[in-house]
Design a protein around this ligand. Sequence first.
Ligand code: DHB
Length: 471
Amino acid sequence: MRFKFLCALALVLALSSSSFAAGNLAFIPDIRDSQVMPPNNYICQTMLVGNKLITFRSWLDIPYVSNPVEPEYHRLNVYIPEEYFHEGGTINGYTAKTAPILMPNGVGGYMPGRAFVPANDMRHGGPNIALAALAHGYVVIAPAIRGRTLEHGKAPALIVDYKAAVRWVRHNKDKLPAGDTEKIISDGLSAGGALSSLLGATGNAKDYEPYLKAIGASEERDDIFASVVYCPITDLDHADMPYEWVFNGVNTYHLGPAREMDENMKAASEALKKAFPAYLNSLSLKGYTLDENGNGTFRDFIEGLYISAAQKALDAGENVLGLDWLTVKDGKVIAADLAKYAVWATRMKAAPAFDSLNMASYENNEFADKHFTEYSFTHSTAQKPAMADEAVIRLMNPLNFIGVEGVDTAKHWRIRHGVKDRDTSLAVPAILALKLRDAGYDADVAAVWGVPHDGNYDLPELFEWIDSICK
Ligand code: DHB
């Protein structure tokens, strides 16, 4: 009752503030004030989560840079649980001072990403991550992010924006009514997972500075505490190789109507599969290698991730029997066969999976309709093949920044990939995790049974992990 009264009072204050245009009540944020959290321009919202009413305050559409080249996207939303506005208010042991700040991004397909809005979207049978996080006691700050279809949205725009949003949060450390700015956690899936991993990997890396300056980002740190990564479409300049390491020999692809790969694609598959062991070995991952046939401890690691996923599902009472790629004996999953797995999972993309020969993939578009690998550039079937700027390709790959002097990579990582995911090879998130571990970071990586290309489907477990690193 008290909350409702305070919220109503706040609304009256907000309506009387000068930022509201009289007449149509449209909220018109002042671009010149872009670096500042507006104190009173919030609305109160109450939503049902399970059988509990959750009340929170929402600041919407705050510009987060002073030179917003895409003003529709250079904005973020701040959501804070109502409890934190009241003396002694706590949720799950968090207070206004200690609550972690979750910054989910809504990027998919390297397209522009809208700011997350708390909702019972029911995608996974209940609230989305923003609403569930508020109910759990986190502060949520959700930036919109530029993407490849905008005039100013090509690589590396998306990571520049995510960093700028983090800097905005730090710039407003003393103005934010709640949230620990040293506990910022990113989250995303697919291209958004790649983005989350980039933000986590590249904290304070100088290389992005000119881009940040150009959009008028705050001069603040942009390192974060933890990175949550689902099925990341990342390591773009190498990911074609592990895709073929897994799917070579499966010649029908399913992006669009099911089709057979043509001779160029099959040749690419052969060449890329052969090239993968040398790439993997060049990373010098401690204890993980491949021989020239693609066998070895790294393959064992990948098969082991599938075995663990199946075992967890089996222990939870799910049926994992009857699959020719998985061996189960006496309630124990004892083997997974990657070659048979590929036949079962089916191939989604023709070879090369990311840097497409005709230069028409999402990723080619992200790199301004250019190639970004030597193989596809030299074997291009496009009318006017072009190669993306090497420096831009570098800025899009988190692996280039992990363990590098002067870069503040996030300490904690949770990386998940569905067992049914064929958008990229499980080797991609696995390499990310191993590289992080080798550099001394805490990287929790797992494949998840029954899950396709998706994210934010295991919020109770995710929040348990966040609580374990924050408390
Ligand atoms: C996404 C999926 C893809 O298969 C891809 O190549 C790039 C992005 C996505 O869902 O974000």
